[in-house]
Design a protein around this ligand. Sequence first.
Ligand code: NAD
Length: 480
Amino acid sequence: MSTVGTQLGAFIGGQWVAGDGEEIEVLNPTTGDVIGTIVTSSDAQVDHAVQAAKEAFESWRRRAVLERVELCRHAFTLCEERLEETSEMISREVGKPIRDSRIEMRRGTVEHFRRAAEDVLRKAGKVLPDSMETSNTKRIIVVQEPVGVVAAISPWNFPIDIAAIPIIYGLALGCTVVWKPSEYAPFCAQLFADVLHDAGFPNGTVNVVNGRGDTGSALVRHADVGAVVFTGSVETGEKVARDAGLKNRVLELGGNGPQIVLKDADIDKAADAAARGCFFLSGQCCTAAERVLVEESIKDEFVEALRQRAGALRIGDPMQEETDMGPLRTAAVLARTQAHIQDAVDKGASVVYGGSFHDQFHDPTIVDGVTSDMRIAREETFGPVAPIMTFSSIEEAIAIANETDFGLTAAVFTRSLDDAWYVAEELRHGTVHVNRSTNTWDQLAAFGGMKKSGTGRELSTWIIDALTETKQITFSPRER
Ligand code: NAD
């Protein structure tokens, strides 16, 4: 196991090596202090990492499934033992409240090892009958074989959990991996790479290259990469889609999720959900409620309930146990949040709670009177803002909810089963929650977006198609 150093390079073929590119400082968003530096990987070093993964694949794919499963079980234990150290590093690098960093590690990352072990052990192929000839001399066997080298490219908001899905499922299925973590969170990635290595995954099965978009792009374009699993913004996702060409891919991109509150809803429950939807991780979540659509007749009551919840949030040092909201990770997110609020105000909306910031800390903010022409309604803000929009019929709510280019996660609040069903079926979003916050998910359920929010699905067995090639093998047994 390596100790987290002040300068980080790449992990190739089972060892940490110096990067061969430029140096980038990694800042703690809470204090502005330098946590350390990374030295990026050039195209040549990315190639070196992919070659190490390609070489390791030839023996790794032939290993018994039980051996791969045993390593996952061992890594589960090791990752749990090091959970606190990794969680603290996530909070330092990303500004995530420590309680939420632990949840990212415990319910997400650590459990992926156990889930992958179970899923891979129970993974069965298919035997199909002959549907073309009237004979009994054909058997068609359909199997899914590991695709080869998987490129995993991850964002900073869930810096380990999100990357861990393709890494752990890829390894369990017999793939090898090259990971490019976010340049804003490379040191927690180092700790996780060490877990995998120390658990016994053979040299070359897991490799890490550090850097910005150019390093990621070199990895995506590499001819020996078989599948790309990318999570990040729509803008980057569109470039990755072009660079990936004909490779298998999963693209998990941004969102502009609506939470719809119909007039018969339980207002307390809907306000609790909106507080989580808009302010969890200071709004920096792809599944955030980026628009809160409230039926006109209950709007004032709902906004008052949400104001109370916003006022109860504790904002401050993410390392403190009681903190609910930490800083925004980047200056760009802070600037966009402010720009969206200003644009909304300029076009007639009003800030009814919050609106200010100091350093990287932004108030939980409620903006009333938001309309579809405002940037805050059309774009992903990714900050702690609840934009309130109103509607006067269920059809109007559905139309507003669907008028976005995004389609990741939506929620509807109502006591009517009939209305819930109707809205859920009409929404063009990959997930629709009924009477639950947009900021919830289940690790066994298919996760992913429609429209510009992405392509493909992940979590548990849903990612297996992207990490494998499906093959049919036909046999002709003798006639009986
Ligand atoms: P980003 O798109 O800026 O970066 C994501 C990753 O891509 C980083 O590692 C970055 O270095 C890399 N990258 C940048 N340019 C690249 C290129 N041309 N080729 C390959 N890689 C490149 O996103 P971010 O700011 O890190 O994360 C926030 C975004 O991620 C938000 O839009 C959020 O909604 C989205 N997100 C989506 C999900 C999901 O599951 N749908 C989950 C978390 C975050």
